[in-house]
Design a protein around this ligand. Sequence first.
Ligand code: CU
Ligand code: ZN
Length: 186
Amino acid sequence: MKSLFVTILAAFMLMSCAQQQEEEETEVINEGPKTELATAVVHATEGNSIEGVVTFTQTEEGVRVQAEISGLGSESLHGFHIHEYGDCRAADGTSAGGHFNPEGMDHGAPTDDNRHIGDLGNLPSNEDGVATVDFVDPMLSLSGENSIVGYGVIVHADEDDLITQPTGAAGPRLGCGVIGVANPDM
Ligand code: CU
Ligand code: ZN
């Protein structure tokens, strides 16, 4: 009778142990937010007046980037990047750090293989100072190790020359936003 009790007790202990292990494994798998849709509201830095929204949609070919930014100079190009911190606390946007570059590559054009993941090229404004773009970038992702969710979006005063290291010489930061999980009902 005593040995039966010990056997049952041992069985219960094994079961609870297995359950605990399962919970731990679930914790390890869950690395960061999961979404098919992310968004960044771009706010002007001090002394500037741009505003707009960027959305990021996961597709099979990469991430579709749709942006509409107003308050830019007319018919001009403005460097457009994902930066390494989702931090717009500094009045001039410098708190967003450098370009998002988890693979340790050089600065380049969006069409280059050797580029920062955050290198999205330039926003072209129309005569009213509004830039509207819609493209798919094969290097961006909303999940996994190089997910862009949680990082920064910067719109620059000048054109990204796509060559100068490590910034593209795109000048001061006109606006800053943070990429977060989007509400799909918006
Ligand atoms: Cu930038
Ligand atoms: Zn870059």
